[in-house]
Design a protein around this ligand. Structure first.
Ligand SMILES: NC(=O)C1=CN([C@@H]2O[C@H](COP(=O)(O)OP(=O)(O)OC[C@H]3O[C@@H](n4cnc5c(N)ncnc54)[C@H](OP(=O)(O)O)[C@@H]3O)[C@@H](O)[C@H]2O)[C@@H](O)CC1
Ligand SMILES: Nc1ncnc2c1ncn2[C@@H]1O[C@H](COP(=O)(O)OP(=O)(O)O)[C@@H](O)[C@H]1O
Ligand SMILES: [K+]
Length: 481
């Protein structure tokens, strides 16, 4: 599991660790790790040209000490002091003592930036707020426009560490070297889009961090542990039946795609309820098709309702059931929060940003800019597990103290019609197979994103390709076991 901790938590852990170390030791440890990454990126340190962008805080201190290490190894290092007179005193002394130079933001700074091999962004770290200040914008842009590798210290300056929002201009890095722990902003868009490759430097913070992080991301091993393997005595009922309520005369394809996902999700069988029966059967003869309403259909262990659904009794029937329910797409538009909160079995909502905005009475852009707050707010209001889809997919449970899961798989090729229908069926199937709602949603997103990467392989994909690659994604996670 990859874990991420909020700013106050990281600061508290740093304070506790620092209290046991000599003055300045922690910063020098961070800087040594940073310098080692830079040396690796440069290949040859001796004679290389480095520019440090240095703000007023400890983030600038890290950059200055790392610059000093590299200057002692023969790099030519210039430090652009953005907050003149307020740069970290110890770091600046170390750099000057190692032969580095201090620059103001005049012409020489821009000349050095244009010629640099590597730029270290030490403008702000976890203490920065509100995007880059105006005086930091031109050097940050010059760094980006030079041919240099841009390495962000702890975080790309201008992004909010705690929630991944970007409230102004921020610096785009090629690599981010973060200290002690990931911060949520490194994993969540839009901020995550600024980090480039993220490298974590261990500074010994681990024992001082709480057990429960703010956010977490599943990795292959976590998913493999959760995926079911049918036992010898399994039968289709014990593996769980998932009911899919999807499709309409207008969107019969949604029924096919949702069933395609459900068939690959680990349930023992898929029961389809809706007007798309003939289309579903033509593609998937193994589907159990029920006439009538969900209430009239046979028993299932979970329902997935919504993709391509026109109005009908489907949603009310399903909400009234005593099994886990996933609600997607059209079914979200008419959703009554009180009805969801009153349910005794778990409910999973899977909105994209537009649907999330409708659930919150907000603008879509607000949701996209503040995904973490949005997913938590919907989960709290509806008393449900919420899977917020999009460039970073997030999963939050109704309890506020449970970490939000950030999906690490996926590809922007997934932004194609019908791919969400596959995810609904798949996640419903995991619910029917007995997954807890947060696990079903996060494992569903993980496999779906991985299948999309395998299917796309650098080229456009169609939603049904994602469904077709789900078995390969499953095998990729389990090692084919
Ligand atoms: N603690 C430790 O032991 C360790 C800490 N470590 C490092 O320290 C970093 C945190 O350092 P920090 O707390 O000094 O804050 P930091 O991010 O440098 O910002 C400071 C100042 O910037 C300013 N400012 C704010 N917004 C701004 C903006 N938009 N644009 C421009 N300027 C802006 C504002 O000052 P102001 O100008 O308002 O007085 C603010 O006070 C952390 O990320 C890690 O790198 C590592 O060495 C590991 C050990
Ligand atoms: N920019 C993006 N990057 C990565 N994944 C994306 C992006 N945009 C959409 N997706 C993913 O594609 C799927 C689209 O689902 P959805 O919006 O419900 O579409 P549809 O209703 O057409 O099926 C979701 O899994 C979502 O997370
Ligand atoms: K930075």
């Amino acid at each position: 599991m990859r874990t991420a901790y909020g700013v106050e938590t990281v600061r508290a852990a740093e304070r506790a660790l620092m209290a046991e170390l000599p003055e300045g030791a922690l910063m020098r440890r961070a800087a040594a790790g940073l310098a080692a990454v830079c040396a690796g990126l440069l290949g040859r340190v001796y004679g290389s040209r480095l520019v440090l962008l240095v703000g007023s805080g400890d983030n600038g201190g890290d950059a200055l000490y790392a610059g000093a290490y590299l200057a002692r190894r023969g790099a030519r290092v210039g430090a652009v002091l953005l907050a003149a007179g307020r740069a970290h005193a110890g770091g600046l002394a170390a750099l000057l003592g190692a032969g580095g130079r201090a620059l103001d933001t005049g012409a020489e700074a821009y000349a050095q930036l244009a010629a640099a091999d590597l730029v270290l962004d030490g403008i702000t770290g976890i203490g920065g707020h509100g995007g880059l200040r105006p005086d930091a914008v031109p050097p940050a842009r010059a760094a980006r426009e030079s041919g240099a590798v841009v390495v962000a210290v702890d975080l790309p300056s201008g992004v909010e560490a705690g929630d991944g929002t970007v409230r102004g201009e921020a610096l785009r890095a090629d690599v981010t070297v973060t200290f002690g722990a990931y911060k949520p902003g490194l994993l969540i868009d839009p901020a995550a889009g600024y980090t480039g490759a993220v490298r974590l430097v261990d500074i010994g913070l681990g024992p001082y961090l709480p057990d429960v992080p703010e956010a977490e991301a599943l990795q292959h091993a976590d998913v493999a542990r959760l995926l079911p393997v049918p036992a010898g005595e399994s039968d289709k009922y014990r593996r769980g039946l998932v009911g899919v309520v999807a499709g309409s005369a207008k969107y019969p394809g949604a029924a096919v795609l949702a069933v395609a996902g459900a068939l690959r999700g680990g349930a023992g069988g898929v029961r389809y309820v809706g007007p798309g029966g003939p289309a579903v059967l033509a593609r998937f003869p193994e589907t159990l098709v029920s006439e009538g309403t969900p209430a009239e259909a046979g028993r299932v262990q979970a329902w997935a309702v919504g993709p391509g659904l026109a109005e009908g009794p489907g949603l009310d029937d399903v909400l009234a059931s005593d099994v886990p329910v996933l609600i997607d797409a059209d079914a979200l538009r008419t959703l009554d929060a009180a009805a969801v909160r009153a349910r005794t079995a778990p409910t999973v909502l899977t909105p994209h940003a537009g649907e999330a905005a409708a659930l919150l009475g907000a603008e879509r852009a607000e949701v996209e800019a503040g995904r973490l707050a949005a997913v938590r707010e919907i989960a709290a209001r509806y008393g449900a597990t919420v899977l917020l889809k999009g460039s970073t997919t997030l999963v939050a449970g109704p309890a506020p103290d449970v970490p939000v899961r950030v999906n690490p798989t996926g590809t922007s090729w997934l932004a194609t019609a019908g791919s969400g229908d596959v995810l609904s069926g798949l996640t419903g199937s995991l619910l029917a197979a007995g997954f807890a709602p947060r696990d079903a949603a996060s494992v569903g997103a993980y496999l779906h994103g991985l299948a999309a990467r395998l299917a796309a392989d650098g080229a456009p994909l169609a939603a049904h390709d994602v469904a077709d690659h789900l078995p390969a994604a499953w095998r990729n996670v389990t090692g084919g076991a």
